[in-house]
Structure formats: structure tokens, C-alpha cells
Design a binder for this molecule. Structure first.
Ligand SMILES: Nc1nc2c([nH]c(=O)n2[C@H]2C[C@H](O)[C@@H](COP(=O)(O)OP(=O)(O)OP(=O)(O)O)O2)c(=O)[nH]1
Length: 144
């Protein structure tokens, strides 16, 4: 039987020329790697709704989904979902209320264009960096 694709959404939050990156706490194999905050789309949920929900759960903030950035990037599905195809889908979001906090991550950083390449990203995120860099201020952040 054909398996339904697992869609993971990531939120691209940009403020003052910097994009928010989040450092994973788990699972142990991914701990310490960087990603865009987000997670799996629930059955029957739109990816836009999922990115809003995940920002509330993981960062404690209210956002509005604006538009997608790039296409779907395939990656090996996590954990017990490994027999299903999986894709990462990024949404640019607008921060409406709250200050992002690392409620489920090890840490958060606001990155300039030059900072972007210095982190150990999850592999599926790397192809998106070329599309995100032009949206950011150049230079290295003095306040990580
Ligand atoms: N959130 C997020 N996950 C990513 C990115 N890139 C990437 O490969 N992934 C992978 C890591 C995980 O294997 C999977 C997302 O799983 P997750 O554990 O964050 O999902 P979730 O928040 O729904 O968690 P859970 O309910 O299953 O515990 O997608 C990214 O930029 N953001």
C-alpha cells in the first residue's frame, strides 16, 4: 500500500534582518543540530495551521503564516515513520505577539546572512539557506 507523505513544517521568523534558528534537544542523534522551529503536520491539518500551532508550542509566540519559501525538500523520515516518504516545508511567518523562548529546544539564535552558514543545520534545511540569506542583513551578529 502506498504510504502518505509525512510533512514537517518549519517557521522562518525574520526580525530586524535576522532569522530565528533553534537548536534541537532530541532525539540524541539530532541533539545539538540547528533547524527552523516547527514539527509534523497533524492528520487533516493544513501546513499553514501547523506552523502557527508549532510556534505557539515550541516558542510560546503567536505568528501568522505569510507564504512558503521554496518547495518541499525530501529527507529520511524520522523514527518509526522511516518507511514513509517525508518532506520539509518552510513557511515565512510574521511574529504577532510574544518573545520567542526555547520551550523545547536547547537554545535559540537570531542569525544574520553571514551567521547562517556557520551552524550545523539538519541536512534537509541546507538547500533553503540560499533563499533565506538574501532576506537578511549582511554581517555577523554581535548579539547572538
Ligand atoms: N521542526 C523541524 N524539523 C526538521 C527540520 N528539518 C528537519 O530535517 N526536521 C526533521 C527533524 C525531525 O526528524 C522531524 C520533525 O520532528 P519533530 O520531532 O520536530 O516533530 P514534532 O514537533 O511534531 O514532534 P512530536 O510531536 O513527534 O514529538 O523533521 C526543521 O527545520 N524543523
Amino acid at each position: 500500500m502506498e504510504q502518505q507523505t509525512l510533512v514537517v513544517v518549519g517557521a522562518v521568523v525574520i526580525r530586524d534582518g535576522r532569522v530565528l534558528a533553534a537548536q534541537r534537544a532530541d532525539p540524541p542523534t539530532l541533539r545539538g543540530r540547528w533547524e527552523f522551529p516547527g514539527g509534523k503536520v497533524d492528520p487533516g491539518e493544513s501546513s499553514a495551521d501547523a506552523v502557527v500551532r508549532e510556534c505557539e508550542e515550541e516558542l510560546g509566540v503567536t505568528v501568522r503564516a505569510l507564504h512558503r519559501i521554496g518547495g518541499d525538500a525530501s529527507f529520511p523520515a524520522p523514527g518509526r515513520s522511516h518507511t514513509r516518504p517525508a518532506v520539509l516545508r518552510l513557511w515565512r511567518v510574521e511574529l504577532l505577539d510574544g518573545e520567542p523562548e526555547a520551550l523545547e529546544h536547547l537554545s535559540l539564535r537570531w542569525l544574520t546572512a553571514d551567521d547562517l552558514r556557520t551552524l550545523a543545520w539538519l541536512p534537509a534545511d541546507v538547500p533553503f539557506l540560499d533563499q533565506i540569506a538574501p532576506l537578511l542583513a549582511p554581517g555577523t551578529a554581535t548579539h547572538p
